[in-house]
Structures are given as C-alpha cells and as structure tokens.
Ligand binder design. Structure first.
Ligand SMILES: [Zn+2]
Length: 302
C-alpha cells in the first residue's frame, strides 16, 4: 500500500556525492543512508515470495503523543501485524550486557533498544484506537556478511542465516482481508508524516557543485551530447536530451528551491548543451513562462 521512496535526505546526498567531494562525517553518513536503503530493498525483494493475503506498508513515520517513530516495514494480515526493523550491517559484532560492539571494539547504538522503543510507541498507538490485531516485532539483519557473536537468546532477532527459514514459516490466511486490517492500514497511511523532521540536510552552495548533466543510469557526470542524446561515458546509457534537461531542471528545483529557473541558469547547470535554444525549447514545452524578455523565468505548469 505504500512503496519505499528515496528519502529527500538521500536524494540530496546522491546529488552532492556526484557533484562534489564528500568528506569525513558526510561521506560516512551518505554511505550509511545508501546501505540502509539497500538493506530495506533487499528485504522487500524477499517479501515478494510471501503467499496469502496481506498488506505491506514501508517507511512509515508516525507520531504518538509527540514521540516520533519510524517503521521500516509493516505487514498487516487478518489477525496479525508484523513489524520489521531492517539492518544492513556488515562484519562481526558482539553483544556484551546491553551493549553492542563491532569487533574492533567500537560501541554502536543498540538496535534492539531502538526496536523496543518503536514497538512500545506503536503498541500504544494501536491501543489508542483499540486495534484487535496482534503485534509481532522483529529486528532483521539482511546482510549475509553479518555475524552477531554472543547474540542474546529469546530476543526477536532474525540473523541472515535464519531469514529464509523465518520467511518460509510466515503464513498468512488466503481468504480475502476483512475490513479490520484494511481500515487499520488506511488509518496508518493517513497518520503517516510525509515531511520528516529527522532529516539532517547537509549544507551546500550552488558554486560548490560541479556542473554538468548526471547520467540517469549511474549518476556519473561524465556525460556528453551526441546526436540529440546524452551519452554516458561510464555506463553507456543513452537518453533523449529533452528528458535529460527536464531531469536537470528538477534537480535544480530540488536543490535550490529559492532559485528562479531561467534559460541561463539551466544552460550553466547543464554545461554540456551547446545551444541555449534547445534549453529554451524544452523549458517552453514543459513549464510555464513568467515575466518578460530577459527577466523571464519558468514555473511548473498548473
Ligand atoms: Zn552512466
């Protein structure tokens, strides 16, 4: 019912990573976001094999009395809600008392505590409108290169080696869903907070970012125009130049919402397009022109 989208934070980082040198903490945070999404998508693909009747909601952000909590994946079936916190950790980790460490000795945030916090808030959220469905919560590690030494027993942890078996054993009734689970899913969707206050957007300036058109396939800046197409020198993707321009305009609008879209701005940003005429033609086609002559700019069509 709700797909997983690239979050705005990751989107900014992807653009930045393509157009400038990320350093230190930013680079780390970016790869953390990419890894997180990769893990979630991997889990999504495993869920495609499930049979029976159920609803899947992904990336849900809810508020219970001022406490925000995020849910990676929810499966709502006739009598049960399965909630999953998905981790894509790689390498060896161990648990000592309530603390989690990588084998190099660095302590990491205890993901089990994170799961318990989310579970407790979600449980209260469900109780608030008396949902009769049973809630089961799991912490899932999807990366086959992950090992957890001294893993605590009797905790809802699914390790990579257990994942397939766990999913095989998940059984959902085949009868069509009743109104109870459907209405619950609708309620959750209605309560889902779209604009996440969590996002820690990095700072960047227009001047800092290298100009050019990103390849639609691999996000490389090593592209050039040949015979009306954008050619990627890295992965070979070809794209109609019109589409590449529209993508670039959307990128500018996303990164610099306060800037007016003018032919000159798009020309400078795209860099690899020789004629302003091509850009003007595309802008005139896709957007609405405002203002006169050299002060004109473009906005989205109504
Ligand atoms: Zn490419």
């Amino acid at each position: 019912m709700k797909p997983r989208l690239e979050c705005p934070e990751l989107k900014v980082y992807r653009y930045m990573n393509a157009r400038m040198e990320l350093e230190g903490k930013e680079k780390q945070h970016y790869s953390f976001l990419e890894k997180g999404l990769e893990g979630e998508l991997k889990f999504d693909s495993l869920l495609e094999r499930l049979e029976g009747e159920y609803l899947i909601l992904k990336d849900i952000l809810l508020d219970y009395q001022g406490n925000l909590f995020q849910i990676d994946t929810l499966i709502i079936s006739k009598n049960t809600i399965h909630m999953f916190e998905v981790k894509n950790y790689e390498g060896d980790y161990y648990v000592d008392a309530d603390k989690w460490f990588s084998t190099s000795g660095t302590e990491i945030k205890n993901p089990l505590s994170q799961l318990k916090r989310t579970e407790s808030l979600f449980r209260r959220y469900l109780q608030f409108f008396r949902s009769p469905l049973k809630l089961e919560c799991y912490l899932v590690f999807v990366n086959p290169e992950f090992t957890l030494l001294q893993a605590p027993l009797n905790e809802p942890i699914i390790l990579p080696t257990q994942l397939n078996r766990f999913l095989r054993n998940l059984e959902f009734p085949r009868a069509p869903l009743t109104n109870t689970p459907i209405n619950l899913a609708k309620k959750i969707l209605a309560d889902h907070i779209i604009d996440s206050p969590f996002k820690r957007l990095p700072t960047y300036e227009y001047e800092q970012l290298e100009k050019g058109i990103l390849c639609s396939g691999c996000r490389s800046l090593r592209t050039h125009v040949k015979k009306g197409k954008l050619n990627c020198e890295v992965c070979g993707t070809l794209e109609a130049i019109e589409l590449a321009i529209v993508r670039s305009v959307e990128e500018i609008r996303f990164l610099f919402p306060e800037r007016k879209i003018t032919t000159n701005l798009v020309y400078e940003w795209c860099k690899v397009i020789e004629s302003r005429k091509t850009i003007r033609r595309v802008l005139n086609e896709i957007y609405t022109k405002k203002g006169k002559s050299k002060y004109s700019y473009y906005v989205l069509k109504d």
